[in-house]
Structure formats: C-alpha cells, structure tokens
Ligand binder design. Structure first.
Ligand SMILES: [Zn+2]
Length: 449
C-alpha cells in the first residue's frame, strides 16, 4: 500500500495515543460498582482534558441519576457536515482477578496485544477518536462532536433522557458508534444489525408444600421436574426456538466457518450446534432462547422431597425487525400454554431491548466502506451482533435523519467483559486510520450526507 498523508499522520500520533489509552486503562472506572464513582468521574475528567487540549469546547454533563458524560465539540467548517463520535469511558467489573494473566488495571503488552480491562471495550474507542482529532492537529475537516458516555456497561439507564436534554448539542449528520468489533483480524466490518432482547421469570407450582418423595412420589409431580419439562419446550429437537410468533430476518451474506465459530464459542468436541441455517443466520438473524438461572435447592442440601415450587429466568434474543414487547408476550404465552401436568405457571415479565437494523446505504456508508477498504486493503463486510446494544436503537430514535455507523477496534479475540480483555494493536492502528480517512471522505461528500 502506498503511504499516504493520513497514514503518516496516524503513525505520528499513535505513540502518544497509546500512552493515553494506557493511562485510561489504569483508572478502574467500573460503573456497576457504586464505590468506584470517583474513578468513573476521573475517567470523565481525563477524557475531557484530552479533547480540551486539542482545542475543543468541552463539557462534562449528566442528567439526574446518571453518570458523567463528556461532550467535546469541534465546530464544522462552513458548509461541512457534523459527525458525532461516540465511545464510553466506563468498564465492566473484572470478575475474579486471579483469572487474569496480568492485573486488569495494569496495561500490559503481549504478542502484539494490549491487555487490560477497557483496553478494548471501550477505552480503545476514546483513543480512536483522539487519534483522529490529533491526526488533523485539532482541526478536523468536518464538524466533530465527541460524546463519551459513562454508563454503557450498566445499560445506559439515563441515555434517552440525556439525548433529549442535550439533543441540540448532539445533533449530527453522521453518528459513528465505536463500540463494536471487526469480523476478524484483518477483516474490517460495519455492524448493521443487532438482535433485541426480552426476558422473564417463570414460576411453576405443583404442590401446596413440600412432601416426602417416597410417600407421594410416582403420583404427585414435583415442581422442579415440571419446570425442566416446561423449559425443554423452548426448543424443537433440532435446537430451533419453538416459541410461536417470533420474527426471523433475512439470512446475512457472510460466511462464518463452523470450526471458527466452535473455537470462539468454546464448544466442546462432540457437542452439536443448535438450530438450522448458516452460522451467521442463526446468531444474527434468528431468535435464540436461553435459561439464565434456576432457583432450586443446592445439591449439597438435597433431601428426599417433592418440591412445591421452582423458578427460572428465561431470556430470548430477537431477530432484527422483531418487536421486543410483542416478542416478550409471545414468550409469556408460550410458557403459560406449555405448563406440564396442569401445574400453575406464573410469569413476571422483565426487560426488553429493541433489535436494530441499519439502512446500510447512502453516502456515509459509501465513505465508510471506502475508508475501510483503504485502511485494511480489503473489502469490509456487514456483520450482525447477536447481542443487544440498547444505546444504538436510542440514537436511531433520537436522530432519525442521521446515518449511523457502528464501528470499533475490537476483534473476536478481544474478550470484552471477560478476563484477559485485550486490544490487537495492529487492528487498532488500522481502525484509527480508517476513522481519519472517513472524516476526510465525509468532508468531500455533501454537507448532509
Ligand atoms: Zn462497550
């Protein structure tokens, strides 16, 4: 590849950006931990200072009950569009620190990867946006609003209020949400669909109270066995979700090799995969059903008793195009209709997250695909994400006219949310270059791409 000005600019700023990323990783900004509130505030302050130093107009903002978010604005040159660059500065808890090869909040490089909590999700997103601004010496060719949220890892509880309160400051022609992953190392991707989510807790009652299994077993049912039979109706024999009324989306045009999927999902040898259709279709375009938890006596405390009541939390992922509340009703109806042996079934509904499907066409998508092609030297692919990122649907709702690009520097080996989270430094550089190129291409497109 010919070395371009953009590439030279990224090489120049990268060492400093890497230092910044390490500094941010050292701050344990775990939003789920109330005792870490000061650290969440510290990453907000540090992020704000970074963009202030580049000449932005910076505010730290929050709405009632929310975590501090950073809003940094570089005004648009006359006639140029404005691009919102999103990332989040809070991180997931570390889990058991003993599972980490190096301490989670001490950034450590091994084999071309930077390890640490948040190194990928999503302090890399902040670092990418900083690299893009620095590559342009603080004067990007389009208007740029950097928005760095502080509560993504707890489900962005006040984001919709935030988007409403600060709607005018956040308004943009193009929104770049840098919190996703590429398809593989060396294979860039735009995330164009996300599955939705719905869950519930189901309680099965078979008896008024626990009774002796020797005396009554054989004729009286126990609630735990009844619950197991009910949960077994969630899938057909092939492992397809058997809940009637859930939507299925168009199969994606991506080859996700089965052995790669098995390795990434750590499926044991001999264990079959669920469902039918291509792998990409099953994990991005079809629903799934999972039993998340069961309330039942511990094996260590087992006694010879027919249990009167048992409870499970059931979660379903929803295909793009489905309606989360309607799908949750379908789940509830399914559980009520399949009560085994006439047992009482009570369902309490839980959370929903809407699925998302981008209109992945138009000048902003053209610009992004061109930028990715130049940075990686190969065609990007459109991927789905099997999980739900509620904030994407919220942005789409708040700014219906804006083009939304979901990007990121992570790859399938990043282990976001797990132990040994890491960032591939080569991929990070390509992601930074792609963002620099994207801004210049958007500047050349019309003022409202
Ligand atoms: Zn994230």
């Amino acid at each position: 590849m010919i070395e371009t000005d953009s590439q030279r600019a990224v090489s120049r700023v990268l060492p400093g950006v890497r230092d910044v990323l390490e500094h941010l990783v050292r701050i344990p900004s775990v939003s789920a931990n109330p005792a870490a509130a000061d650290d969440v505030r510290r990453t907000a302050d540090a992020t704000a200072q970074l963009f202030r130093d580049e000449g932005a107009d910076v505010d730290i903002l929050e709405v009632e009950g929310g975590q501090p978010a950073v809003l940094a604005r570089f005004p648009a040159p006359p006639g140029k569009p404005t691009v919102l660059l999103y990332a989040h500065h809070d991180v997931q808890p570390t889990g058991d620190p003993a599972l980490w090869t190096s301490p989670p909040f001490e950034p450590t490089e091994r084999d071309g990867r930077l390890y640490g909590r948040g190194a990928s999700d999503d302090k890399a997103g902040i670092a990418m946006h900083l690299a893009a601004i620095r590559a342009y010496d603080g004067a990007p060719p389009v208007g740029v609003t950097v928005f760095v949220e502080g509560e993504e890892e707890i489900g962005s509880p006040t984001l919709s209020a935030f988007l409403e309160t600060y709607h005018d400051q956040l308004a943009a022609d193009v929104i770049v949400l840098a919190d996703s992953a590429n398809f593989d190392i060396g294979v860039p991707a735009l995330t164009t669909t996300l599955r939705g989510l719905a869950d519930c807790v189901v309680e099965v009652r078979a008896l008024d109270h626990g009774v002796h299994s020797g005396q009554y077993g054989g004729a009286a049912p126990d609630a735990l066995t009844a619950l197991c039979r009910l949960l077994a109706t969630l899938h057909d024999d092939e492992g397809n979700v058997a809940i009637k009324g859930l939507a299925t989306a168009e199969p994606p045009d991506v080859d996700y090799p089965e052995d790669r999927f098995r390795a990434e999902a750590s499926v044991l040898p001999g264990v079959e995969l669920l469902g039918t259709g291509s792998i990409a279709e099953r994990i991005w375009a079809k629903p799934s059903a999972t039993v998340l938890a069961i309330d039942a006596p511990r094996v260590a405390d087992a006694s010879n008793t027919l249990h009167p009541v048992a409870r499970a939390k059931v979660s379903i992922r929803l295909a793009p195009g489905d309606d989360a509340v309607r799908a949750r009703t379908a789940l509830v109806d399914h559980l009520r209709a399949n009560a085994p042996w006439g047992c009482e079934v009570e369902v309490s509904v839980g959370d929903v997250g809407e699925p998302y499907s981008a209109n992945a066409e138009g000048p902003a998508y053209d610009a992004a695909r061109e930028a990715f092609r130049e940075s990686w030297g190969r065609e990007p692919v459109d991927i789905g994400i099997g999980g739900t990122i509620p904030f994407i649907a919220e942005f789409a709702q708040a700014f219906p006219a804006a083009a939304i690009l979901v990007t990121g520097a992570a790859d399938p080996h990043s282990r976001a949310h797990g132990a040994d989270e890491s960032l591939h430094l080569g991929e990070f550089e390509r992601a930074c270059l792609a963002e620099v190129l994207l801004l210049s291409k958007l500047a050349k497109a019309t003022s409202s791409p």
